[in-house]
Design a protein around this ligand. Structure first.
Ligand SMILES: C[S@@+](CC[C@H](N)C(=O)[O-])C[C@H]1O[C@@H](n2cnc3c(N)ncnc32)[C@H](O)[C@@H]1O
Length: 376
């Protein structure tokens, strides 16, 4: 018996013969009634499918709040914070708790969120943890009509944008489409249109990259739309784009010949997006060189490219840890959580941060050392 999301997919595919992989991913994750992010009861945490950095340790959000304080001290304007994809609101809660203590609250905290069930979870968690700050929050499901100065944070947002997959066959590029054959899905590879080839060049960002025959990878055609919207939304301030990913040289590494798409269910990774449809997360690593190249045609300046651990150290995470009043047991727990977001074999190195700024000219805390912008 097919699930409602599979029946919907079958209808959609049958009406068009085949759909681009990105459309399959969009439906799997965001179909308004049956998508993973819109309908799954427990996504985050031990009993869900995965844990993100802000959920792992409150020091993540607290560190990020230090850059907001830096902006507030140096910019004489009404400053807001916007978070793209609010998850379970851990980041919002930790940031604002710290900003309240430092008497440096933003005028508004906007959460961009597509999922009504996650908006409900975020509202519940905020009301429970920081009821006095609930009035600062606004929710939106699109960037249209938003305009702000301040700080924009996208943690694990860009990896969740529906991606295209491509394969190289005899030096030609083919794009993946999903069709149906009887009761099963089938992969259909169609010649890539000229705009796709152009985008692939942009994604390589002038790195010398050679694809072997049968090489498979991803390219995300949504990046452009989102960066252009961010450019419109932000009058002045800083954007932190935090995600697991690489520069294009590492992204299109010869040995990474199956691409970067990964599915997660019950904390277990797999590489079959046709499994557990609507019940498992799908994401692809972020190509930071591609984002950098797109930014060149916007008013957003790239201010930094760092591994997550260096970014958090610049923002003072180690001092925050030292200064916390905790019992020995609590300290040990916090240290273990810290290791998960700082150590190279965990999220510390595979996660990168692209720091963008617009219409500001002040030294940023987040990029003060270890800036590897030249690697983009
Ligand atoms: C992987 S989760 C990360 C959540 C959170 N930032 C964190 O780090 O814990 C992705 C988040 O982005 C949201 N999201 C994805 N695509 C979106 C879109 N197009 N518009 C608004 N929210 C979106 C999801 O619903 C979810 O809250």
């Amino acid at each position: 018996m097919k699930s409602p999301i599979e029946l919907y997919l079958a209808d959609r595919i049958n009406s068009q013969n085949e759909i681009p992989f990105s459309e399959f991913m969009e439906i799997s994750l965001y179909h308004k009634d049956y998508g993973y992010y819109t309908s799954k009861k427990q996504i985050f945490g031990k009993n869900g499918d995965f844990i993100t950095s802000p959920i792992n340790s409150s020091l993540f959000g607290e560190s990020i709040s230090n850059e907001f304080i830096n902006l507030k001290l140096n910019i004489d304007k009404d400053l807001n914070i916007m978070e793209m994809g609010g998850g379970d609101a851990s980041l919002a809660i930790d940031l604002l708790k710290n900003l309240k203590i430092k008497k440096c609250l933003p005028s508004k905290y906007i959460i961009l969120e597509i999922s009504d069930s996650l908006i409900k979870l975020q509202k519940d968690n905020i009301k429970k943890s920081i009821p006095d700050l609930y009035c600062l929050f606004e929710w939106s499901n699109s960037l249209e009509d938003t305009s702000m100065d301040g700080l924009i944070i996208a943690n694990e947002f860009f990896d969740a944008l529906p991606t295209e997959r491509f394969k190289v066959i005899d030096n030609n590029i083919e794009c993946l489409f999903i069709g149906i054959d009887g009761d099963s899905y089938k992969h259909v590879w169609n010649s890539a249109p000229p705009n796709f080839i152009k985008e692939l060049e942009l994604a390589k960002n002038n790195h010398e990259i050679y694809f072997k025959n049968h090489y498979i990878s991803e390219i995300n055609l949504h990046y452009k739309k989102w960066l252009k919207s961010l450019d419109k939304v932000l009058n002045s301030g800083v954007i932190f784009l935090i995600d697991y990913g690489y520069n294009s040289k590492e992204y299109f590494l010869e040995d990474r010949n199956e691409g970067t798409l990964v599915c997660v269910h019950n904390h277990q990774p797999n590489f079959d997006p046709m499994m557990n449809i609507g019940e498992q997360d799908l994401s692809s690593f972020v190509n930071f060189s591609h984002l950098n190249n797109i930014c060149l045609s916007t008013k957003l300046d790239i201010a930094g490219y760092l591994i997550q651990s260096n970014f958090l150290i610049n923002l003072g995470i180690l001092d925050l840890f030292q200064s916390k009043k905790m019992s020995e047991n609590e300290k040990l727990d916090e240290l273990n959580r810290l290791k998960n977001i700082l150590l190279p074999n965990t999220m510390g190195e595979i996660f990168k941060v692209l720091v963008m700024k617009k219409n500001i000219d002040i030294p940023l805390l987040s990029t003060k050392e270890f800036n590897h912008i030249h690697k983009l």
